[in-house]
Design a protein around this ligand. Structure first.
Ligand code: B12
Length: 311
């Protein structure tokens, strides 16, 4: 099967970006991964050593090629103007958990591919799909497949979708017929808006991220030092500051994925409501979002820090 056929299937499934990659080790990312380890800039969420992270065959020894998808999650949601004290959930946590949304897209895509192969009297393909749930470097695979370039804010940036897209990858026991692309070189030039916008300077000189200064990380970290507590800002979960100022994120189209659509009152919840969340209330409000994975305790802690940091 060739890439054109697969691209058509993807379009019918409202998959915004798709690319293909060889499963040779992701050596182009190795120096960057090693540098992060030597600087102590890892979060514990990544899993695996740099060598393990670039090896597609570690988890799937018979992998012969890969597909990577990108799903737009951009929408403009303004903070409600009222007399309530409200915190912010980053867009990563708006609507249904993206892990579930992307896994379903990949499942449907693979079902279509296998249906088509069966129709042609060919053998079906064995595969494994991943979204943020393995040591594999999702941005690295998407970069190799030409979905975007690495920005100074660390995000993978696409010329059309900016950086507000999630990444999912599929390893297949099958050789897809595709034309390898040349990865896109730097697109940031002299721009340093994201470096200036980060209140704690977590991005340094760019293409790097110091977790203990990154609000997105701190809102997910279980134990915080006093200094880290003061850096949580008004975020209840995640942080979008370094994306919001990026020129590639201007005038973007709203995501077609209705499961991500959200009301302003939900995107910017009342702090009082979070502080007083019951277990049931937490499950109802956050159980199906990506902000649910660290549990109620962390979210309530962030709401309390919001109150403390306001004083
Ligand atoms: C750990 C993690 C985090 C950590 C650390 C983030 C970081 N920058 O390292 C924390 C909790 C802070 C975090 C925050 C966010 N995350 Co996160 N995170 C991950 C995770 C699990 C691993 C990332 C990782 O390996 N980091 C370590 C560094 C070494 O790797 P990297 O960020 O991919 O960076 C590469 C570049 O720096 C690269 N590089 C730099 N320059 C150059 C130049 C060249 C030529 C090359 C080849 C490579 C290169 O080298 C690195 C290795 O490839 C991935 C899922 C996955 N399994 O891949 C999601 C992932 C990266 N996160 C994602 C998202 C959406 C976010 C947030 C926007 C969420 C939010 N609003 O809070 C923020 C963005 C923060 C930021 N500015 O990066 C998306 C990114 C989508 C995109 N378009 O870029 C991912 C891919 C999840 C997904 N499957 O969609 N995240």
């Amino acid at each position: 099967m060739n890439e054109l056929e697969i691209r058509k299937f993807a379009k019918n499934l409202d998959i915004d970006l798709i690319g293909f990659f060889s499963t040779d080790s992701l050596v182009e990312c190795l120096p960057h991964l090693e540098k992060r380890v030597s600087q102590g800039f890892f979060t514990g969420f990544e899993g695996g050593t740099p060598e393990e992270r670039i090896d597609y065959h570690r988890d799937f020894p018979s992998a012969k090629s890969g597909i990577v998808i990108g799903i737009n999650y951009y929408q403009e949601v303004k903070k409600p103007v009222d007399d309530k004290s409200r915190g912010a959930l980053a867009a990563v946590a708006w609507g249904k958990d993206y892990h579930l949304v992307l896994r379903e897209k990949m499942l449907l895509l693979m079902a279509k591919i296998n249906y088509e192969l069966t129709r042609q009297g060919k053998q079906t393909v064995i595969y494994k799909s991943y979204v943020d749930n393995s040591p594999l470097v999702d941005r690295g695979s998407a970069y190799r497949a030409g979905l975007g370039f690495f920005g100074k804010n660390n995000c993978l940036i696409n010329e059309t979708l900016g950086s507000y897209f999630f990444i999912g990858q599929i390893l297949l026991d099958y050789e897809i017929d595709f034309e390898p692309v040349k990865p896109i070189p730097d697109g940031c030039g002299d721009c340093h808006r994201c470096l200036d916008a980060c209140p704690q300077g977590a991005l340094g000189q760019g293409f790097s991220l110091e977790p203990s200064r990154c609000t997105a990380y701190l809102t997910q970290k279980k134990e915080l030092t006093d200094e880290e507590e003061s850096r949580v800002n008004n975020s209840l979960y995640g942080c979008d500051l370094c994306q919001q100022v990026c020129p590639y994120n201007r005038d973007l189209e709203r995501t077609k994925e209705k499961d991500f659509w959200i009301e302003p009152e939900t995107a910017y919840p009342e702090i009082k409501e979070i502080v007083n969340l019951s277990n049931k209330g937490f499950q109802r409000k956050f159980g199906k979002t990506s902000a649910g994975w660290r549990g109620k305790k962390v979210l309530v802690r962030n709401a309390k820090l919001f109150e403390k940091n306001q004083k």
